[in-house]
Design a binder for this molecule. Structure first.
Ligand code: CDP
Length: 223
């Protein structure tokens, strides 16, 4: 790593646990590249559905994965994954993708396809002079960056999480995605040893962010 003070913050947690809101604010406070890996899994899912490649057809899936070209473009402080030069559309938040994404994400070949791309975001962040990156997902602290400077795991009561998503006006299969994400063999959703567990059920977004920011500030001062 060319810049020794470059920091990596990993934020994992279940569906609608507050990863994106907290990550975005921390990215602004510390001038970090924000990387939402859930959006990558959603984008791949939408693309495979568009190509009518079912997650049950492994040979067709492998073939399709091998033909996809991944690049990155920045939208403010967030990394956007392009597939064959195109950004994700709004449909990646639709119910169809909500219902399918965890099935595609459970397939080792899909995860393997995204592994190097996700790690490569360090070079993207450094090339754009960010002071580090904050990456959110399910397996960031356990698999993608187990040696990250900070590894947080967000918990929240499922009822509270369902309320949050409904307040966003979105229909989502939160419980079903959590069940599939936690029970898969490859890179399941779980808090890894040494991660900082935060339960946000009875805390405001500001309180959660303040706790995380105070921890990060032990190594990097806010901008
Ligand atoms: O925003 P929300 O918490 O609802 O989910 P997301 O972060 O957009 O992730 C969508 C889905 O992608 C998850 O339910 C997982 O199946 C999958 N995912 C994953 O397997 N590994 C990651 N690092 C990120 C997402």
């Amino acid at each position: 790593m060319s810049n020794p003070s470059f920091i990596i913050v990993a934020i994992d947690g279940g569906a609608a646990s507050g990863k994106s809101s907290t990550s975005r604010i921390l990215a602004d406070q510390f001038n970090l590249l924000h990387v939402d890996t859930g959006s990558f899994y959603r984008h791949i899912t939408a693309e495979l559905l568009r190509r009518q490649v079912p997650y049950t057809d492994l040979p067709a899936l492998k073939n399709a994965l091998g033909s996809l070209r991944f690049t990155t473009q920045l939208a403010g402080r967030s990394a956007q994954m392009l597939i064959d030069g195109l950004p994700a559309g709004d449909e990646i938040r639709d119910q169809r993708v909500n219902e399918h994404v965890s099935h595609y994400a459970a397939i080792p070949e899909v995860r393997q396809t995204l592994l190097a791309y996700q790690r490569g975001q360090v070079e993207v962040a450094q090339a754009h002079q960010f002071r580090g990156l904050v990456m959110e997902g399910r397996d960031i602290g356990s698999v993608i960056f187990p040696a990250a400077d900070f590894r947080f795991f967000l918990h929240a009561d499922p009822v509270e999480r369902a309320k949050r998503r409904a307040a966003e006006g979105r229909q989502d299969s939160i419980a079903e995605r959590d069940r599939l994400d936690s029970s898969r063999k490859t890179s399941p959703l779980k808090s890894s040893a040494g991660a900082i567990d935060i339960d946000s059920t009875h805390q405001s977004l500001e309180q959660v962010v303040a706790a995380m920011a105070a921890t990060i500030a032990t190594k990097l001062s806010p901008v």
